[in-house]
Design a protein around this ligand. Structure first.
Ligand code: PMP
Length: 400
């Protein structure tokens, strides 16, 4: 699908055609996104919001159009609920720090899940250390599905926030986040969704989900690195203390007292990555043009095909067999170390990721050091999956 837009894919690695299956780590960028960056730096580059001159105003206008593009993409109610950040990690740190400093006290509980990326674990652990809060964990079963009955038990009058991923970057599980949000809201507890692996694979509607915060990165959805989004409901953002202090986030500064700017600027201290915001806007237009449903259906076809082919390899075990899955397959073969498989198939031109994928608690759950992870995007093909299959079979023969 639209493979011709990604010229990076037309290269040989070790004299073999590149088969790029590391999309959960980062996707490649279509030419229109690269052109948008070039256009910004050759035609528009100027600092935003503070200038009266033409270029500054143009950059500001384009930047705010991009905010509206993101608003529509996730169906936020207001454009000022869309805060630009450096990525999902930055977004989650923003919420943990700012929500935490505003609302959390000793003995309060934070609820996450066993399948979180470290980016949705460690910022909450900082808070626990600083404030004396308690981190609690919703377990998953051996298929990689959250055990929702446990969630009910774990929600207590002390729970102050729930933070779970929409899609697991290791297991591929699409979590029933709407249900999680509903259950937490019955107790008036806000919910943060880590959408880093979801936004480029399924339709996200933050009003329909009714989540309180939704965090994602641009670079996993065909946009540049270094740009991300933190969506937050107005009612929370208005109450929360700012994350970082600096230019743009203030209304007035005196040495005696500083007052803060309105949303969204209160959470956007300093010069943002304006060029990358342009790239994000074009990436969203690109996804919209193809249609997120079409992308989801196509990737699902790839997932089914890859699951069927890889499962036919004797001794190969797939981690994450949830009924609802995004196009991510983690696997191991017997006791072969995943990095040995990754190294051999790399020499055959195949880019997969090996290791713990920043989800060490998932590895602990299964008692393994890591997995081989193949993850698919809209430009991958069944022929590439055949190449993966053949390479894995070869690696297995060499290593067993
Ligand atoms: N959450 C999940 C589920 C992820 O997969 C990732 C990236 N691997 C992140 C958070 C962090 O994203 P970033 O590194 O772009 O900030």
């Amino acid at each position: 699908m639209n493979r011709e837009d990604f010229s990076i894919l037309n290269q040989q690695i070790y004299k073999r055609p590149l088969v790029y299956l590391d999309n959960a780590a980062t996707t490649q960028k279509p030419q229109v996104v690269i052109d948008a960056l070039n256009n910004y730096y050759t035609q528009i580059n100027s600092n935003i919001h503070r200038g009266v001159h033409y270029l500054s105003q143009k950059a500001t206008d384009e930047f705010e159009i991009a905010r509206e593009t993101v608003r529509q993409f996730i169906n936020a109610k207001h454009h000022y609920e869309v805060i630009f950040t450096r990525g999902a990690t930055d977004s989650i740190n923003l919420v943990a720090s700012s929500f935490g400093r505003t609302f959390l006290h000793e003995g309060d509980e934070i609820l996450i899940s066993e399948m979180e990326h470290h980016a949705n674990i460690v910022p909450w652990q900082f808070l626990c250390e600083e404030r004396g809060c308690i981190l609690k964990v919703i377990p998953f079963d051996d298929n990689g599905e959250l055990i929702l009955d446990k969630l009910n038990e774990l929600l207590t009058p002390k729970t102050k926030i729930v933070a779970v991923s929409h899609v697991s970057n290791t297991l591929g599980t699409i979590n029933p986040v709407k249900k999680v949000i509903e259950m937490a809201h019955q107790h008036h507890i806000p919910v943060l969704i880590d959408g880093a692996q979801a936004v480029s694979h399924c339709k996200v509607d933050v009003q329909d989900l009714d989540c309180d915060f939704y965090c994602f990165s641009g670079h996993k959805m065909y946009a540049p690195m270094g740009i991300g989004v933190m969506y937050g409901k107005e009612e929370w953002l208005n109450q929360m203390k700012p994350y970082q202090g600096g230019g743009e986030m203030i209304k007035q500064v005196t040495f005696a007292k500083t007052t803060y700017n309105d949303l969204p600027f209160k959470f956007e201290a300093g010069t943002p990555s304006v060029g990358d915001v342009m790239g994000l806007r074009v990436a969203i237009d690109y996804i919209n043009h193809i249609g997120i449903e079409n992308i989801a259906n196509y990737e699902h076809e790839l997932l089914s095909y890859a699951t069927e082919r890889l499962s036919s390899i004797q001794g190969l075990k797939i981690y994450g067999t949830s009924a609802q899955k995004a196009a991510i397959i983690s696997f191991n073969i017997g006791n072969i170390h995943p990095s040995d498989i990754g190294t051999i198939i790399d020499k055959l031109g195949i880019a997969v990721r090996t290791g713990h994928h920043c989800t060490q608690p998932i590895m602990d759950h299964f008692g393994i050091p890591g997995t081989v992870r193949a993850s698919f995007a809209l430009y991958n093909t069944k022929e590439e999956i055949d190449s993966l299959y053949e390479a894995v079979v070869r690696a297995k023969m060499m290593l067993e």
